[in-house]
Design a protein around this ligand. Structure first.
Ligand code: SF4
Ligand code: SF4
Length: 219
C-alpha cells in the first residue's frame, strides 16, 4: 500500500501536498484490524520508555473519554460487529480526537491542542510511522472500487479545479484489491491474528488486550 501510494503521489507532485508535520488526517478515530493493532503495538515497543509512557497516558485518557459511547467491549475496546450500525455515529462523535501516536515534530506540545485550534493542524508526526495501520497508508489519495471513487482525497490535495476529476481518478488507490486480500489471508495464517475484527488506535496506545494471540507469537 505504501509503495502504491508513493508511486501514485509521485505522478502528481503539484497536487499532493502530504508532508511530515501535516496531520489533519490523523484527527478522528477510525477502525483498524487486529493485524493493524499488532503492527502498531510492535511500533510502540520500539519507542523510548518516555515516549511510550506519554502515548500510553494519552491512550488511557482517550479510552476513558470514549468508553461511554463505545459500540463494543468497553474494556478491550474491541468493536462489536453486531453493533456495526452504531459505528458511524461513534466515529462521527470522535471525529475531533487526535491520534494518541502523534508526537511533536520539534520541541514539545500537545497534538489535541493543535488539532483543536486548527482545521488542518501542523507540527506533529506519527511515532509509529513504519508500523502505522493500513488506513493511514492511504491518507491523502482517493480510493476507487475500480469504476468509481468511493472516498475522496484529502481536501488539502488536488486543489486546482481544472481537470481535477481526471487527476483524482488517475491517482486513486484501489479499495482492498485482490492482492491486498491475498496478503491479508497470508498474514492471518502466519500470525494467527484477524484482518477482519476491529478496534481503534487508542486501544493499542492504552495497552488494551485486543487479540488473543500476541504479536510476538507471529512469524
Ligand atoms: S497511527 Fe500514525 S499515521 Fe495513523 S492516525 Fe495515528 S499518527 Fe496518524
Ligand atoms: S492527507 Fe491531508 S492532512 Fe494528511 S498529510 Fe496529506 S495533506 Fe496533510
Amino acid at each position: 500500500v505504501s509503495r502504491a501510494f508513493a508511486g501514485r503521489a509521485a505522478g502528481f507532485p503539484d497536487d499532493v501536498s502530504c508532508r511530515p508535520g501535516c496531520f489533519g488526517c490523523c484527527v478522528g478515530l477510525f477502525e483498524i484490524t487486529e493485524l493493524d493493532a499488532a503492527l502498531a503495538e510492535r511500533g510502540m515497543a520500539k519507542l523510548s520508555a518516555a515516549a511510550r509512557r506519554r502515548i500510553r497516558a494519552r491512550g488511557r485518557r482517550i479510552a476513558a473519554e470514549i468508553s461511554r459511547i463505545f459500540p463494543g467491549d468497553r474494556k478491550s475496546l474491541r468493536l462489536d460487529p453486531a453493533r456495526e450500525r452504531e459505528w458511524d455515529l461513534f466515529f462521527d462523535r470522535t471525529a475531533r480526537i487526535a491520534c494518541p501516536f502523534l508526537v511533536p515534530l520539534e520541541g514539545s506540545g500537545d497534538a489535541q491542542d493543535a488539532a483543536d485550534s486548527a482545521r488542518w493542524p501542523q507540527g506533529f508526526v506519527c511515532a509509529i510511522y513504519e508500523q502505522r495501520p493500513y488506513t493511514c497508508r492511504t491518507f491523502g489519495l482517493a480510493l476507487s472500487d475500480g469504476s468509481r471513487i468511493v472516498s475522496p482525497p484529502c481536501r488539502l490535495n488536488f486543489r486546482r479545479r481544472e481537470g481535477r476529476a481526471a487527476r483524482v481518478a488517475a491517482s486513486a488507490l484501489p479499495v482492498r484489491d485482490e492482492a491486498d486480500l491475498a496478503l491479508a489471508v497470508q498474514a492471518e495464517r502466519t500470525s494467527g491474528l484477524s484482518a477482519g475484527s476491529a478496534t481503534v488506535l487508542p486501544a493499542v496506545a492504552a495497552g488494551r488486550r485486543i487479540y488473543s494471540k500476541r504479536a510476538g507469537a507471529s512469524r
